[in-house]
Design a protein around this ligand. Sequence first.
Ligand code: NAD
Length: 292
Amino acid sequence: MPDTSYGFIGLGNMGGPMCTNLCAAGIVPTVFDAAGTAARAPDGAAVADSVAAVAQQDTVFLSLPDGRIVASVCDEIINAADRRVSTVVDFSTTGPEAAREIGARLKHAGITFVDAPVSGGKAGAIAGTVTVIASGPDAAVAALAGPFDAVGGNTFHVGQNPGQGQAVKLLNNFLSATAMAATSEAVQFGLSQGVAMETILDVVNVSTGRNTASADKFPKRVATETFDAGFAMSLMTKDVALYFDEVRKSSTSDKVGTVMTGLWNAADGAMPGADFTEIYKYLRDLSDGETT
Ligand code: NAD
């Protein structure tokens, strides 16, 4: 749809670079961020002064912290005077229940909703290689092929209904959170046996224990002691909690989820403002405390 105009709300760790990649692909949105748009807007994007101003575009992308904020921004879009928006695409992680509620509200207002959480982290957002996990009507998802290609390496259309994209995103993040926590514990055990971290990672990464933490987060963010994945521990804790809520409702097994939810809640409570890779420090300090 060459005549479609685009908006983008939420220019943080993910939204900022995704927006930059849209601009680079010639899809130049009108943008807004509540913390200050001009400082966060990519070169070339049109800076708006409110959500209502972005609602003057046909298709509006969101990349916001959580479902409560997405719902409130969608209400602002719905109530914007002379709004033009016909499709809202949510890249945020909000959980299935929030996505269903937001989808229903938008539908009632005559706006199509595409639930499209992303995976790949800040590094993937910068590189334009995030995985887009979309659920929504066929025609709406097909019409988004250009923008999805601009921000992502892979797009999956996992279902017709809001919430299905969120379900797949949450189970993915639960696996990522579990890998990060379990690898932290396992590496600390290896260190306690006098083996260097680099050696442990070299072995694991060509063996059956290889995972996203051992292959990516540990070499790039933990061994370097930079702890700069660009994904807040509070957001990962939110995702694990959302996953756990949905698992309990589904009555599938929640044994690992129970342990992970307790662990991430405790770490997040103890380390406000931390990056999620700092769970390594939390577990290390906990074990130091227990042995003294
Ligand atoms: P972030 O906190 O860096 O960015 C969110 C942005 O939204 C901020 O710039 C904030 O000012 C803005 N904002 C908040 N309320 C607003 C409002 N009412 N109106 C306009 N702007 C508002 O978060 P992030 O890391 O970019 O994550 C965004 C979403 O993507 C979250 O749902 C997160 O769970 C998800 N996510 C993050 C990562 C990651 O690695 N960071 C990866 C995949 C998915």
